[in-house]
Design a protein around this ligand. Structure first.
Ligand code: HSE
Length: 300
């Protein structure tokens, strides 16, 4: 018996929600296939789509790190073979490592007839994030696992909740062809936040969540501001300021860095505006002379 599972790309932070907000993207993602093995061990048997960059070692691969933690919690001593088909580019800011570990957990859990709920699987996926980038953040793994728009209200204890999403809310993603390692883009962040910026950021997080529930696109738009991570990170992303300016005319709600970058996300109130934003963004990057991939996804 074998099971294949898919897990989607995600946009973490969503501007103001550093490490606490994230949403899932349609269609883009990773696929993992899991089989029972004769021997009592985990093994990565095949990885495709990664350009040979991902490790096969059980202690370093995010799929096996997550599944190993799950099997340990279950007291399961049988073995599994795991193969990974990467649909997501590495170091893109689209939750690539999270999609792999989440797909592996869903497949392994199903192979064992679902002993865990999706919520139960979350801590195992967070362990894999720790291996991938040094921090057990959940803002990619939680939406990849649960879908939709997710808030991590607290890490200790873990308290994760799904948020309401207004009908029509769409996201355009611009993925410039360059890699940014999450550990590196976390290392550029300042360790201290001023009282003034804490107040601004709290207002925006509350405004964004209220805007989602009120289906108030204006409030969502005004709340898409980040005074904590964006100032240190945007300088690493070519075209960021140009995009911010260019999307205003199209009627987009705002933009931000997807996770730790370099992907840029832009929110729009409907599919047509999101598509227009895609066209405008392509032109901006044509001018800069940097290749990009562009996607449009509904958030739901
Ligand atoms: N919240 C994380 C960060 C997301 O910004 O470092 C990484 O994708």
């Amino acid at each position: 018996k074998e099971v294949t599972a898919f897990a989607p790309a995600t946009v973490a932070n969503v501007s103001c929600g550093f490490d606490i907000l994230g949403f899932a993207i349609d269609e883009l993602g990773d696929r993992v296939t899991v089989r029972h093995a004769e021997e009592s061990r985990l093994k990565v048997t095949k990885i495709t789509g990664d350009g040979g960059k991902l490790p096969y070692e059980v202690e370093r691969n995010t799929c096996t790190v997550a599944v190993q933690a799950m099997l340990k919690a279950l007291g399961y001593t049988g073995g599994m073979d795991i193969s990974l088909d990467k649909g997501l580019p590495l170091g893109s800011g689209m939750g690539s490592s999270a999609a792999s570990s989440v797909a592996a957990l869903i497949a392994a859990n199903r192979l064992l007839n679902d002993p865990f709920t999706k919520d139960d699987l979350l801590p195992f996926a967070m362990l894999a994030e720790k291996i991938a980038c040094g921090a057990a953040h959940a803002d990619n793994v939680a939406p990849s696992l649960l879908g939709g728009f997710v808030l991590i209200r607290s890490y200790h204890p873990l308290d994760v909740t799904a948020l309401h999403v207004p009908k029509g809310l769409h996201c355009t993603l611009i993925h410039p062809h360059m890699e940014l390692n999450t550990a590196d883009s976390r290392s550029v962040l300042r360790k201290q936040v001023s009282l003034q910026n804490a107040t601004i950021q709290s207002g925006n997080i509350a405004g964004l969540v209220a805007g989602l529930y009120q289906e108030n696109m204006g409030l969502i738009s005004r709340s898409l501001q980040d005074v904590i991570a964006e100032p240190s990170r945007s300088v690493l992303i070519p075209g960021y300021e140009e995009i911010k300016e260019a999307i205003k005319e199209a009627g987009a709600l705002g933009c931000g860095i997807s996770g730790s970058g370099p992907t840029i996300f832009i929110l729009s109130p409907d599919r047509d505006i999101a598509a227009e934003v895609k066209t405008i963004s392509q032109k901006v990057f044509d001018k800069i002379g940097l290749d990009v991939d562009l996607y449009v996804s509904e958030i739901n």
